[in-house]
Design a binder for this molecule. Structure first.
Ligand code: GTP
Ligand code: ZN
Length: 218
């Protein structure tokens, strides 16, 4: 891994959990026409054989890339389980593959997320944590906001004793264009509750994700 940078963001307010679709959301046809315009602007002919179906393909790809706008992260965490035999140790889901898009250039952000929480009587189905990551990642993002939204949502809905989220990702807007710096990853973290207040809890989490290289202050 190249240079890494740890950024602690504590100032983002809790999400609007669900982005409201714009009332004037354009039609599929309008979106396809916009892709045609971009192809022409790039200097190619959208009517040549190889490009004829491209606007429709791009719009279908966008439906996947930005499917998170139609997800409700709060609803994903709605079902929790209380029969845990008093389990009150850390739950960690590590190395969650992360695919997002930078809101400045609309190019991929690829990396991994680690999510942990300290249960207070209730646990969630573990896949739901990965689904919350996905619901926010499949939107136009900056990494700091993505990190904060995931942590804030888990904290607000599940109300555990603490939540930790670490994301390590490469931004293609820095590798394939602009400054052209390869091998650079950005590391962001959001620590809430016990993970923020108790250094030993935080250390245990960082050890669990193999995070000696992510020594967070404190
Ligand atoms: N903090 C933060 N910055 C990001 C993220 N994704 C992309 N950026 C940066 O957003 C900035 C946008 O800067 P601008 O100067 O408006 O855009 P630009 O002229 O395309 O900048 P360059 O990328 O330097 O060519 C760039 O520095 C990007 O590297 C992110 O997740 N978090
Ligand atoms: Zn970018």
């Amino acid at each position: 891994m190249g240079t890494s940078e740890t950024v602690n963001i504590q100032t983002f307010p809790a999400a609007p959990f669900r982005a409201e679709p714009a009332a004037d959301r354009p039609s599929r046809e309008a979106a396809e026409a916009a892709v045609r315009t971009l192809i022409r602007w790039a200097g190619d002919d959208p009517d040549r054989e190889g490009l004829r179906d491209t606007p429709a393909r791009v719009v279908r790809a966008f439906e996947e890339f930005f499917s998170g706008y139609d997800e409700d992260p709060v609803a994903l965490l709605a079902r929790s389980f209380e029969e845990t035999e008093g389990y009150d140790e850390m739950v960690v889901l590590r190395d969650i593959r992360l695919e997002s898009h930078c809101e400045h250039h609309m190019v991929p952000i690829i990396g991994r997320a680690h999510v942990a929480y300290l249960p207070a009587g209730r646990v969630v189905g573990i896949s739901k944590l990965a689904r919350v990551v996905e619901a926010y990642a499949k939107r136009l993002q900056i990494q700091e906001k993505l990190t904060a939204q995931i942590a804030n949502t888990i904290q607000d809905v599940l109300q555990p004793k603490g939540v930790a989220v670490v994301i390590e990702a490469a931004h293609q807007c820095m590798t394939t264009r602009g400054v052209h710096k390869h091998g650079v990853s950005m590391v962001t973290s959001r620590m809430l509750g016990a993970f923020r207040d108790d250094p030993s809890t935080r250390r245990e989490f960082l050890a669990m994700i193999g995070g000696q290289r992510w020594q967070v202050e404190g």
